[in-house]
Write a protein that binds this ligand. Structure first.
Ligand code: CMP
Length: 456
């Protein structure tokens, strides 16, 4: 089985919309659209909107979300026996939670929002501020006409999937990292993890999204380095903002002081290895074993360049005016935020049509003016692929703008009938099982949701 997944290649193939294509593909691949009688156009509108609400940041962008989605897919579902444990509602919740888990990320962390008394920190009482914002943003998107993917769900099912999605998104808050690991470990050591029981499956889903969120050191060395440099670029910009605003510069965010290999080794040793170790004790699949192997290899690489500054690209600070901009274009006081939400619920729409209050679609965000990357090129040897070269421009049905989409492939289109041949190049990349084996070897999702499965 081939687990290689190059989200940047997928981004090229889909003209900067890897998340939209991957989400639609997986929902169809696992028969979720059909099972839950989801309107395909509504699902498409929802995922397009989700992708458009990711900013053009170096790390927390829609490519990261697509990567997390695919990794959750590999962690949970690449092994058919494992996949059988989960209900369709859980699989759907896992897919959507992964897709939205960082939506509208501003490029700074919770600590920054709390330290700067940002209105979102006030709104969420300093607790999982960004994670609650991402989850809330997902449901805010669903309030827009034609995007409510759960519109036809019975109420109990709506409540259940909302709960599971929120739990999964909130599980990505690193402040609770060891609580989750310890929960899983104590279940494993007491031989008490029972996947027949819903709370245990919920814990496994939480752990899956956590592993996926931290999976960059578990990738091939090239991909590991690329994502590591991307997160460091974002960290350094947060450090610049902190300095500008008179806050203490956070650890590993000072571009002048930080030793990147040291930071990566610390990240691997303290956060990543314990997480993947607990996961592999719980679910020992080929993919999990590959992750563990890569983590060890990548750690050795960072160690081998600990004292070799030439092996690290140069990072350039952004223009000061970019750092001075407000993080959330739509943010006012917490009271304004609440009012906006209530008015949206009443109108069933965005609630505020002032052009200034909306993100410029496809042009990134408040950090990213004129559609340019908020930072200059990092170095000669680190080419940061541009993420949205042709933002939200629809690809013609015949795939004529991209020859890779032009060749119909019967086996593949059988898997994604409604995506049609446009996605044939995409399908090849993102299926955990090689295209030649498709149809024979699809992971089964036989279990029905006993409590709330009202789908036809
Ligand atoms: P967030 O996406 O909020 O949650 C997971 C965190 O892990 C992420 O923010 C970063 O702070 C951190 N992270 C992810 N990848 C790396 C990396 N390669 N090096 C250091 N920190 C990382």
């Amino acid at each position: 089985m081939d687990f290689e997944f190059d989200v940047f290649r997928l981004g090229e193939l889909t003209h900067g919309q890897p998340l939209y294509y991957l989400s639609m593909h997986l929902l169809q691949y696992y028969g979720l659209i059909e099972h839950f009688n989801i309107d395909v156009d509504v699902a498409k509108a929802f995922f397009r909107e989700v992708e458009a609400n990711y900013r053009n940041l170096s790390y927390h962008n829609s490519y990261h979300a697509a990567d997390v989605l695919q990794t959750v897919n590999l962690l949970l579902l690449s092994d058919p026996q494992m996949a059988q444990n989960f209900t369709k509602l859980e699989i759907l919740a896992a897919c959507i939670a992964s897709a939205v888990h960082d939506v509208d990320h501003p490029g700074v962390n919770n600590n920054y929002l709390i330290q700067s008394s940002h209105p979102l920190a006030i709104l969420y009482n300093d607790l999982s501020v960004l994670e609650y914002h991402h989850a809330s943003k997902a449901f805010e998107i669903m309030q827009k006409p034609g995007t409510n993917i759960f519109a036809k769900f019975p109420n109990d099912q709506k409540r259940e999937i909302r709960k599971q999605m929120i739990n999964m998104v909130v599980a990505t808050d690193m402040s609770q990292h060891f609580t989750y690991i310890n929960k899983l470990k104590s279940k494993i050591s007491a031989a008490a993890l029972k996947l027949q029981e819903a709370p245990d499956r919920a814990l496994v889903l939480d752990m899956a999204i956590k592993c996926a969120d931290l999976n960059n050191p578990a990738k091939s060395l090239e991909a590991c380095k690329l994502w590591a440099f991307r997160i460091m670029e974002e960290f350094f910009q947060q450090g610049d903002r902190e300095r500008l605003n008179g806050l203490n510069v956070s650890m590993f965010m000072d571009r002048k002081e930080t030793n990147i290999p040291k930071c990566q080794i610390g990240f691997i040793d303290i956060l990543v290895t314990p997480l993947f170790e607990s996961w592999s004790q719980c679910i020992a699949t080929d993919f999990t074993r590959l992750c563990m192997k890569n983590i060890a290899l990548n750690r050795s690489h960072w160690e081998s360049i600990l004292d070799k500054p030439d092996a690290i690209p140069t990072f350039h600070p952004p223009d000061a005016h970019i750092l001075e901009q407000e993080l959330f274009a739509t943010t006012g006081s917490p009271a304004t935020l609440k009012k906006k939400l209530i008015s949206m619920q009443k109108t069933g729409g965005s609630g505020d049509t002032s052009p200034d209050t909306f993100r410029q679609r496809g042009k990134g965000n408040s950090l990213n003016t004129k559609g340019k990357s908020p930072v200059g090129p990092i170095s000669k040897n680190f080419q940061k692929p541009s993420l949205r070269s042709e933002p939200s421009r629809p690809i013609p049905e015949d795939g004529s703008r991209n020859t890779l989409f032009a060749k119909p492939d019967n086996k593949q289109s059988a898997v994604t009938p409604r995506m049609g041949r446009r996605t044939s190049g995409v399908v090849e990349m993102i299926n955990p099982i090689k295209a030649s084996a498709l149809g024979r070897n699809l992971p089964e999702l036989p279990k029905s949701d006993s409590s709330s499965d009202g789908a036809p």
